[in-house]
Ligand binder design. Structure first.
Ligand code: TXA
Ligand code: MG
Length: 342
């Protein structure tokens, strides 16, 4: 399959270009498109045959459900049942934006979308291209991140091309995504809300609106019996080929310098994912930023750069888990081969 790239201005998307892409969705195809978090791979959420193409292109396990993207809050009532008021409070505060809400699914949502679960994950993205695409396609769009399963989520159209070229017909290039890590996922289908995936809508912000929010133990990498509430989290994705060693604690800096020398001596290619300006003599030092917003925006891109430079070991220093830090540490932790306290 020939993969075409369509450049669309994210600030002021041309309606004729959006319609060109929407036509593919309407006719049952898949399109990669930018959102404010990461690029998504979209298809008509109400058509099982179309959704199957997403799983095929990504090589995604069929028990890992997809997020349904909408452009109008009224759609929630069609896709979900028994919607609690707290869900509407969250929508009002954070939509459009990087928050996905899990609710009881209605009959209209095909099982393939929800990986067989009786719940559905819904999000209204803020990106204008994404909004336009959903509106013009005139159907809810099921979309996981537009990477091959097991690869870091794409934050540019180039990343999508690397993973999916030849497997899909169209990639919309709307420039780099703003946030850089995937949306926050909160489950409101049970009595107590539960955070299933931390992101740029923070736990603190959620608690301000809905009160108590539990944190799924897998966010901290713990083994758990309630894994089924967060099927996607059990897969070790976000992962570069190189082995990430995540170093936390007061002596992390010294530990990283020591590990750098040690692995270099063993003849390995060592990279440093740095959150401070740093002049260590590694094979590749990527400064991802000194604040959480910058770090999130550059994190997945840096993973891919380490792979391009054939790095064997990536040394990364942990950050505080406050606010967006929880989402960043979750992605680093999931990608990590080893965690060390120093
Ligand atoms: O920012 C994002 O959310 C991006 C953009 C494209 O919107 N999408 C994204 O999709 O990250 P994906 O498929 O890579 O991640 C979806 C996550 C997975 O962890 C999945 O298990 C979870 O949401 N999820 C989806 N439906 C669910 C459900 N019914 N119950 C629990 N978790 C669900
Ligand atoms: Mg994903």
């Amino acid at each position: 399959m020939q993969t075409k790239t369509l450049r669309i201005n994210p600030k002021n998307p041309s309606i004729s270009q959006i319609r060109q892409a929407a036509k593919i969705i309407k006719s049952g195809g898949v399109v990669a498109f930018p959102t404010e978090t990461v690029y998504g791979l979209g298809a008509n959420a109400l058509n099982s045959k179309s959704v199957r193409k997403i799983f095929a292109a990504k090589g995604r396990p069929s028990d890992n459900p997809l997020i349904v993207h909408i452009s109008d809050i009224a759609e929630v009532g069609i896709l979900a049942d028994s919607i609690p008021n707290t869900a509407y409070d969250l929508m009002e505060r954070f939509w459009p934006g990087p928050l996905t809400i899990v609710l009881k699914k209605s009959k209209i949502v095909p099982k393939i979308v929800t990986g067989g679960l009786d719940t559905v994950a819904i999000r209204m993205p803020k990106n204008k291209i994404a909004q336009g695409l959903i509106r013009e396609a005139d159907v809810p769009i099921a979309a996981p991140s537009a990477n091959v399963a097991g690869r870091p989520s794409p934050t540019t159209a180039k990343h999508v091309k690397e993973d999916l070229s030849g497997k899909i017909s169209l990639i919309i290039d709307g420039g780099p995504t703003k946030i850089g890590i995937e949306s926050t996922v909160v489950d409101l289908s049970k009595k107590t809300p539960m955070l299933l995936r931390p992101g740029s809508v923070t736990l603190e912000q959620l608690r301000e609106i809905v009160g108590a929010v539990r944190i799924h133990p897998i966010i901290f990498g713990k083994k758990t019996k309630t894994i089924h509430r967060s099927p996607g989290m059990k897969y070790r994705h976000y992962s570069p080929n190189a082995k990430i060693i995540l170093v936390e604690g007061a002596n992390a800096n010294q530990k990283i310098s020591q590990l750098l020398r040690q692995y270099k001596k063993q003849g390995m290619r060592v990279g440093i994912l740095s959150m401070k300006k740093n002049n260590a003599k590694s094979d590749l030092t990527r400064f991802v930023g000194s604040n959480p917003n910058m770090i999130a925006a550059n994190l997945f891109k840096s993973f891919r750069e380490f792979d391009e430079k054939k790095i064997d070991i990536i040394l990364a220093q942990g950050i505080s888990q406050k606010g967006l830090g929880l989402g960043i540490m979750n992605r680093l932790g999931k990608a990590a081969y080893k965690k060390i306290r120093a």
